[in-house]
Write a new protein. Structure first.
Lengths: 85, 110
């Protein structure tokens, strides 16, 4: 049980770290936007997994609101990249 | 605590890790968009549904979150890819076919 949870958290944490490296070294602004997109989707899954680990129902609400805000922010970021606000 | 939920969550976290690795290693913006949206959508969907199976009282809310991610993640990735093609981010050296060349030139004329 606890070994399984540690393996899940290690996989997700290593993935977020690799994507964060791409966000640091990305040559253009689009690379950084793609890295932000991937990190936010990973963090939504990580929040649901935290809710299972700590047995708190509130984390599901936090995850849903985070998903909505990341979607709106990424669409606004894409529009800013395309023609400026 | 259910075994099938644990197996589904494990597959989902593996897909999340592979998607993030693809974002780091692939050579081009559009390849990175592809890795970062396909693998991450499937991985997040399987992880959230697996948590819902392991904790059966939470199943419907996890299904709502998973369906929301399944709908909105391709939309935001498509918006970023379209914007980066319109502002002229170059493709990688090994690209064979480029069918969006007229799209970029039409944008530059307008």
């Amino acid at each position: 049980m606890s070994v399984m949870i540690i393996v899940f958290l290690a996989l997700i944490g290593t993935g977020i770290f690799l994507c964060f490296l791409r966000m640091l070294i990305g040559p253009t602004a689009s690379d950084r936007a793609v890295a932000i997109d991937t990190i936010t989707t990973t963090v939504v899954a990580l929040l649901v997994l935290f809710g299972f680990i700590f047995e708190r129902y509130v984390y599901l609400d936090v995850s849903l609101v985070y998903a909505v805000l990341s979607f709106v922010g990424l669409v606004a970021l894409a529009r800013f990249l395309e023609r400026g606000i | 605590m259910n075994l099938w939920g644990a197996i589904i969550t494990g597959i989902g976290t593996l897909f999340l890790f592979l998607g993030n690795l693809g974002v780091l290693r692939l050579p081009d913006v559009y390849n990175r968009v592809q890795a970062g949206t396909k693998c991450t959508t499937l991985g997040a969907f399987l992880t959230i549904i697996g948590v819902g199976i392991m904790q059966p009282a939470w199943f419907w809310k996890t299904l709502v979150i998973a369906l929301f991610i399944l709908v909105t993640n391709p939309i935001s990735s498509h918006a970023i890819a379209r914007a980066s093609r319109k502002i002229g981010v170059s493709l990688c050296d090994r690209t064979v076919v480029d069918k969006t060349k007229e799209f970029v030139e039409y944008k530059e004329e307008a």
